[in-house]
Design a protein around this ligand. Structure first.
Ligand code: UTP
Length: 293
């Protein structure tokens, strides 16, 4: 079975839900405390054995390329001013993996973004990670849990979690048959269904292992919801030719693609970190007292 060596991270979206912050700054560069969201995603991929990261980018996304590049002027200035501890921190970011950048010239959807990576992926299975979801599991990273399922069955695997019925309209929804604990054989997929039409409450949460057959499936799939080429629709096309599995990912999940989820993620992370937790805990307790009057 082929090793999963490459991961595609699509970052070409407009990030409209975070305007005006995302007018000139990629939403993937927004920090959770002091680390940009995209770095957590890359760290998850690297901790799962990924060697090459393929970013599908668009205009106004240069900050992402700079973040994963060396910064010699900054390193020099930090060394000169005796702040060597930061030099390692910023250099390690660039040394984590090989980074490849591909432009998606028109934002025609997530499926279209994945298709842009075809010539770099070639004919091997690969991972996809979206920056909207942070999945924290230090023992077994989210994408690694899917790689384990791929190793067993050799087919595409979708990362899922249960969501409240009224939230199905935000996700690709999977209907499947359990074959093992937390693992389903996928029967049917639908992109962002209304709650009354949702076939289940099992939602795809931005982690995928895909066989290279997805590229042909994408080419055969018509543009769908929102006039975009939807990855979920292409997975349904792929499903007609080969089996697909889904796996409920274990870990703490943060939906950072919307404002409330983003705020919650920052608070949760700040409450975990040694350098911020006491301050933030006290702040929250005092604030709660103040609000209760
Ligand atoms: P979203 O639907 O969350 O879009 O895309 P978005 O632009 O990032 O955010 P909003 O909805 O406007 O606030 C899911 C993922 O797919 C990527 C996005 O960058 C994001 O990681 N994407 C989406 C592309 O790379 N290209 C596209 O054409 C569409």
């Amino acid at each position: 079975m082929e090793k999963i060596r490459k991961a595609v991270i699509p970052v070409a979206g407009f990030g409209t839900r975070f305007l005006p912050a995302t007018k000139a700054t990629p939403k993937e560069m927004m920090p959770i405390v002091d680390k940009p969201i995209i770095q957590y995603i890359v760290e998850e991929a690297v901790a799962s054995g990924i060697e090459t990261i393929i970013f599908v980018t668009g205009r106004h996304k240069r900050a992402i390329e700079d973040h994963f590049d060396y910064a010699p002027e900054l390193e020099y200035a930090l060394t000169k001013s005796g702040k060597e501890e930061y030099v390692n921190i910023i250099r390690e970011i660039s040394d984590m993996a090989d980074f490849v950048y591909i432009r998606q010239k028109e934002q025609l959807g997530l499926g279209h973004a994945i298709l842009m990576a075809e010539h770099v992926i070639g004919n091997e299975p690969f991972a996809v990670l979206l920056g909207d979801e942070l999945i924290i599991n230090n023992e077994n990273p989210g994408i690694h849990q899917l790689i384990e399922v791929y190793r067993k069955f050799g087919k595409s695997v979708l990362g899922t979690t249960e969501v409240p019925k009224e939230e199905t309209y935000k996700y690709g929804i999977v209907e499947g048959t359990f074959i093992e604990d937390h693992i389903r054989l996928v029967n049917y997929l639908v992109e962002k269904p209304d709650p009354e039409e949702a076939p289940s409450t099992s939602a795809i949460i931005g982690r995928y292992i895909l066989t290279p057959d997805i590229f042909n499936a994408l080419k055969r799939t018509p543009f769908g919801k929102g006039g975009e080429l939807q990855l979920t629709d292409a997975l349904m096309t792929l499903r007609k030719d080969e089996v697909i599995y889904s796996k409920d990912i274990e870990g703490i999940r943060h939906d950072t693609g919307n404002k409330l989820g983003y705020i919650k993620a920052i608070i949760d992370f700040a409450l975990e970190r040694a350098d911020t937790k006491d301050f933030v805990r006290e702040l929250i307790i005092n604030k709660a007292r103040e609000l209760e009057g």
